[in-house]
Design a protein around this ligand. Structure first.
Ligand SMILES: CC(C)(COP(=O)(O)OP(=O)(O)OC[C@H]1O[C@@H](n2cnc3c(N)ncnc32)[C@H](O)[C@@H]1OP(=O)(O)O)[C@@H](O)C(=O)NCCC(=O)NCCS
Length: 178
């Protein structure tokens, strides 16, 4: 487990798939994500089986918050495209439980993921892509120190129109100064 103040990360399990399915079939959640077609459980299971071939550091983790005597899943996140030579990696986050949005959990999860990336995985650069219209996610990333680095113009077609995709990153030296 990786523990923060109000959240923890654990390895995503096969039992999480029905919940992940609900989230990735909710248009409110997928508005800012690459997913745009309905997803079936069998497709989700294929994706999950494929994770075994990915390096351990790149397998998704489930984000949980305390709930009664136990813990409740609110989302998932992951590193991917880790480059061992450049010591860089990319991250993605989906908090699918809409009841907890805008209560600081995304900010805390991103802070904890950065700490994990720099202190445990020993990365030097962490980057992400975010859609221009996802102001909410952009704000979350800015709050934890991500710097705007570039813009891929009209790189996305969603909801009947083209959108830009932004590239944001944090370097270890910037994170250490935070
Ligand atoms: C994006 C996401 C990670 C944010 O998590 P969260 O827990 O809701 O975010 P937080 O509460 O920590 O912070 C949200 C910030 O955005 C701000 N915000 C929310 N809606 C906003 C809007 N429409 N315009 C501008 N800022 C907005 C909030 O005010 C807050 O900033 P503040 O603390 O300065 O007030 C999460 O909601 C999520 O996973 N969404 C669905 C999937 C997704 O879009 N993932 C990102 C793909 S790149």
């Amino acid at each position: 487990m990786i523990y923060g103040e109000r959240i923890r990360f654990r390895r995503a399990e096969k039992d999480d798939l029905p919940l992940f399915m609900e989230w990735i079939n909710d248009p409110d959640v997928t508005e800012g994500l690459t997913l745009y077609l309905p997803m079936g459980l069998w497709e989700e299971e294929e994706w999950f089986a494929g994770l075994a071939k990915r390096p351990q550091a790149e397998r998704p983790m489930t984000v949980e918050i305390p709930d009664g005597d136990g813990w409740r899943a609110i989302g998932n996140l992951s590193f991917f495209n880790i480059d061992a030579v450049a010591r860089s990696g990319e991250i993605g986050i989906m908090l699918g439980d809409k009841s907890i949005w805008n209560q600081g959990y995304g900010t805390e999860a991103m802070r904890l993921l950065l700490k994990h990336g720099f202190e445990t995985l020993n990365l030097n650069r962490i980057q992400l892509y975010v859609y221009d219209a996802n102001i909410w996610a952009i704000r979350t990333y800015e709050k934890v120190g991500f710097i705007h680095e570039g813009r891929k113009r009209q790189a996305l077609f969603k909801n009947g129109k083209y959108q830009d995709i932004l590239i944001m990153s944090v370097l270890r030296e910037e994170w250490e100064k935070e």
